[in-house]
Every structure is written in structure tokens, then in C-alpha cells.
Ligand binder design. Structure first.
Ligand code: PMP
Length: 461
């Protein structure tokens, strides 16, 4: 076997990457022409690339490395578990300690009444589980016509056929025959981009009431569930106005519809509570989890299910599952991650230290002529870029041009800040310190200045 290591020259690694590796959500030909940045190691909030640059990871990988990189305890637990029981399934009347322990711990951490866990390997798989579970729930209760699921435009729930259909990204629906039948999308509560002259409060209420209108259009007896992220992540860190969630809760209660909270990003401390549902004050029947569950150290996801739904599903054979449902190594690593989050009081750190420091730093950055404002909950935030703050105007050219330029300038300045359209996205490891947040702000300021200059040069302002 050829030996490909961190010690090879960057260009050789890039050439092999271009020749053999197909990247997700990427125009691979463009990437090949430019060469991927090769990340070789990471510690705390810093990544190191093959050229020796130290990059501050303002995205915690993909919103997942909540405890930061390089925790030896996680590796030790994985190694121990691999020696003891590297794999066994949970299909055939068998179970194992890591799955039992993790499910029990999640039942303790989850809001009251959510006591049952169905494991998956990822957030996408877990949302596929949810789709089949809510339809099965209603079918078992003698209401098979209750199969329609309502979601939101610009939501992200995963990339598989089911979860990609639940998501509301039109550019995803354009490829591969999505959405599958029975999934409907209402508008998102994005006041900044879509609120026009309305107050955030009126807009939040109006967007929530679209759920009621959609339920009535489909027929209340035909709707199985509504799914939403407490704070939309990949859509652009969209924090709904305060009026939105109470109205959503009123509507799902009124029509007896199941509420699925997709906590893949919001879960495990990102918004300052264990779950975003607590932060926004909703009572879901099912919560989707992944990412921060293991801080990304192992691939694992799942659905935390309420007693009422579990009672019905547990009484039938639910013909669904994944080889890696409850994978022992992933489960043991996730459990260690939960131990670290609890014993090191990481949620308190988000509420009292890193969250307020990030907010203060971003509010200062919002003085920059390109930044239109700050959306933030806990340690997830976005900065919408605009040519004109007062009117929240969009840029004249192609949407996303300014955002992409800014992301590239961030990367060149050793900072990972992602862009969604013309919004800059921030979601660092939860353990980030105020000093590291200062480094973040100084690099972000340089990148914004350079973007501003480049936009002016290109006549885009
Ligand atoms: N739901 C949400 C809210 C997500 O952000 C993501 C991933 N970004 C997913 C589901 C899908 O998770 P995965 O990529 O692990 O399949």
C-alpha cells in the first residue's frame, strides 16, 4: 500500500486529493484547479495546515467540535472501547453497555418526557428515522392519512433523500428528484432578509401563522408533524423574532401535530442550554441530535423521542435501523464528551463567558461599514453584509459574491468564518476563551477591511 502522510509536500497531497477525492457540496473541478487546503492537526480552537499555518476555527469544524480539538480523554475512551467491543449490533435482541449508558444519559439531559433514544450514524439518518417514525406513529394509531410533514424554506435537515426533502434548500431540490411526496415548506422567520418594513414582532407572528394556514390547506387530519431548527444554522444563523416560537407552539398544540426540533446544531450547549428547544421555549415530541453529541470525534446521531410516541412505536416492529445505530465506540466517545461538557461546566462558560464575549466583539464589528447587524444566540451567530445598513439592502451583483470574498479573505488571514450567501457565519468551539475571541475579532476586522476595499475596486459597492 502506498504511504501518504502529513509529511508529504502540499502540492503532492493536493494532486492526489484532486485525482481521487470527491468533496461534498463542492464544484470539484474548481477546487482541483486551486488545490484544497490540507488540514493536518488541531488543538483547542486552532487548526494547523500542511504549510504550518495556525488557523482559528470559527466554525468548530462543521458546527460540531463543541469541546475543542485534541482532547486525549476522547482518544483513550475510543481505544479502550475498541479493545473491549469494537462493534456489535443492536438489532437481534442484543444490546451493549455504551448504547445503554448513552441512551440513559440523554434521557436525563433531555427535557421532561423525552426518555427514549433511537440511534443513527448522522443527523441526516436521524431525520430519515423521524420521518418514518412520525408516519408510522399515526398509521399505528389508525390515522395513516396523517402523513404530510411541514418544514420551512431554507431549512437544513441533511442530504439523504428523506432529510434533503425535509430541508428547504432549493438548490438541493434541483438535483436528484427532491423533495419526495408529502413534504411541504412554509416561509422562514428571517426578518433581516425578508421582513421589509414590518416590525420583527409582527413579522415573526405572520411567519408562524403560515404554519396554521398550511395545516388548514392540507387538512388538519392529514398532517403528521412540523419540523424546524430552533435557530436555523446552515440557512444563515437565523434567530427568529421573539413572537415566533410561542405562536408555533400554540398552533401545533391546537391541531395535535407532532413537533420535531432539529437540534443537530443547537444541541449540547451551542445556544447556552443543553438544547435549543429550551432556549426558544418549545416542547418537542422528538429531537434530532448529532454533531455536538460527540463533538464530532466520532460519527453519531439519533432521535430523542417522547414517551407518548415511543409507547406507540415500541408496541410495533419498527422496520428501520442502521448497521451503526448505537455503535459502541461512537457511543462511548459521545458519553465521554457529555462527561466533559458537564464536569467542566461548558454550558456555564457559554452563558457567562464565551457567549457574552462573542456578542460584545461582534457588536463592535457591526460598526464596520459592510456589516448590517448581529444575529446571535449563545455561541452561534451571523453578520449579514450589506452595501447600505439602514435599508438592509442587498448587493447589486450575484448574491453571495461579497460573502464569498469575505470568506476567502478570512481564510487568507488564518480564520475560518463561513459564508451563507452574503452572511458571515460564526460557530466556534464552545470552550473558546475571551483572548481567542479577541484574535478572532482582529482577523475578522482585517478580512472585512480587505473585502470592503476589493468590493470598492470592483465597483460592487
Ligand atoms: N440537521 C441540521 C440542523 C444540520 O445542521 C445538519 C448538518 N449540518 C444535519 C441535520 C445533517 O447532519 P449530518 O450532516 O450529520 O447528516
Amino acid at each position: 500500500m502506498t504511504s501518504i502522510t502529513n509529511h508529504m509536500p502540499t502540492a503532492e497531497l493536493q494532486a492526489l486529493d484532486a485525482a481521487h477525492h470527491m468533496h461534498p457540496f463542492t464544484t470539484n473541478d474548481e477546487l482541483s484547479a486551486k488545490g484544497a487546503r490540507i488540514i493536518t492537526r488541531a488543538k483547542g480552537v486552532y487548526l494547523t495546515d500542511s504549510e504550518g499555518n495556525e488557523i482559528l476555527d470559527g466554525m468548530a469544524g462543521l458546527w460540531c467540535v463543541n469541546i475543542g480539538y485534541g482532547r486525549p480523554e476522547m482518544a483513550e475512551v475510543a481505544s479502550r472501547q475498541m479493545m473491549e467491543l469494537p462493534f456489535y449490533n443492536t438489532f437481534f435482541m442484543t444490546s451493549h453497555v455504551p448504547a445503554i449508558a448513552l441512551a440513559s444519559e440523554l434521557a436525563k439531559l433531555a427535557p421532561e418526557g423525552l426518555n427514549h433514544v433511537f440511534f443513527a450514524g448522522s443527523g441526516s439518518e436521524a431525520n430519515d428515522t423521524n420521518l418514518r417514525m412520525v408516519r408510522t406513529y399515526w398509521a399505528e394509531k389508525g390515522q395513516p392519512q396523517r402523513s404530510h410533514v411541514i418544514s420551512r424554506k431554507n431549512a437544513y435537515h441533511g442530504s439523504s433523500m428523506g432529510s434533503g426533502s425535509l430541508g428547504g434548500m432549493t438548490y438541493m431540490h434541483e438535483q436528484g428528484g427532491l423533495p419526495i411526496p408529502g413534504i411541504h415548506h412554509i416561509n422562514q422567520p428571517d426578518w433581516w432578509a425578508e421582513g421589509g418594513d414590518m416590525t420583527p414582532e409582527d413579522f415573526g407572528l405572520a411567519r408562524a401563522q403560515e404554519l396554521e394556514a398550511k395545516i388548514l390547506e392540507l387538512g388538519a387530519d392529514n398532517v403528521a408533524a412540523f419540523i424546524a431548527e430552533p435557530v436555523q444554522g446552515a440557512g444563515g444563523v437565523i434567530v427568529a423574532p421573539d413572537t415566533y416560537w410561542p405562536e408555533i407552539q400554540r398552533i401545533v398544540d391546537k391541531y395535535g401535530i407532532l413537533l420535531i426540533a432539529d437540534e443537530v446544531i443547537c444541541g449540547f450547549g451551542r445556544t447556552g442550554n443543553w438544547f435549543g428547544s429550551t432556549t426558544v421555549g418549545i416542547r418537542p415530541h422528538i429531537m434530532t441530535i448529532a454533531k455536538g453529541l460527540s463533538s464530532g470525534y466520532q460519527p453519531i446521531g439519533g432521535s430523542i423521542v417522547c414517551d407518548e410516541v415511543a409507547e406507540v412505536i415500541n408496541a410495533c416492529e419498527f422496520n428501520h435501523g442502521y448497521t451503526y445505530s448505537g455503535h459502541p465506540v461512537a457511543a462511548a466517545v459521545a458519553l465521554e464528551n457529555l462527561r466533559i461538557l458537564q464536569e467542566e461546566n461548558v454550558l456555564d462558560h457559554v452563558r457567562n463567558v464565551s457567549g457574552p464575549a462573542l456578542r460584545a466583539g461582534l457588536e463592535k464589528l457591526a460598526d464596520h461599514p459592510l456589516v448590517g447587524g448581529v444575529n446571535i444566540k449563545g455561541l452561534m451567530a451571523s453578520l449579514p453584509l450589506t452595501p447600505h445598513k439602514a435599508t438592509r439592502a442587498k448587493f447589486a451583483g450575484q448574491t453571495g459574491t461579497a460573502g464569498f470574498m469575505c470568506r476567502e479573505r478570512c481564510f487568507a488571514n488564518n480564520l475560518v468564518m463561513r459564508h451563507v450567501g452574503d452572511r458571515m457565519i460564526i460557530s466556534p468551539p464552545l470552550v473558546i476563551t475571551p483572548e481567542e475571541i479577541d484574535v478572532f475579532m482582529s482577523r475578522a476586522k482585517t478580512a472585512l477591511d480587505e473585502t470592503y476595499a476589493a468590493l470598492k475596486d470592483g465597483d460592487l459597492l
